[in-house]
Design a protein around this ligand. Sequence first.
Ligand SMILES: [Fe+2]
Ligand SMILES: [Fe+2]
Length: 195
Amino acid sequence: MSILLTPTPAAWVDAAVERWRELLVDHVNCEKKAASSALGLIFAYPEDRELTSALSRLAREELRHFEQVQALMVQLDVPFIRQQPSRYANGLRAALRTHEPARKLDLMLSGALIEARSCERFALLAPRLPSPLGEFYARLQSAEARHFELYLNFAEREGNGEDWRARLKILAECEAELVNAVDPVFRFHSGVPQV
Ligand SMILES: [Fe+2]
Ligand SMILES: [Fe+2]
């Protein structure tokens, strides 16, 4: 099941196939950020053992991805260049509620949306990218699908009493807007590339 309200625009996929070197530089940052967000949640909710155990495993897996992307960059001779992050993560974060327990639910839902979008994009890119990148992205697609399920299950658990589906719809609408808007920068989670 997908929770995304809109598919990735074809123009983004075409740009990513052309600009895969640039994409890799942002991708390596995304893996670091995914690990760091999971670690942030472990610090924010230390009393929730079920969550912290699951996120500890997830953070290790994301760091492993980071190592794999970094190794691929060496293999494909792609240097690391410092980049400004895309507005995607910040845009989504701005939509989250700041009071608990609503914030915890929103963090689980935004985690699920980010992982679902990554999963969708890896699936779109895998058949169009040359070896070894295509095969690598196909493998990452199934990892992201698992991460999406994990965050969604925690959202469901968190959302007792509250209608978490209604909240998911609101955040998914915000995510869809970010993906469909024209974006001045090209990144793994950016919108329609500005030409
Ligand atoms: Fe990852
Ligand atoms: Fe992930």
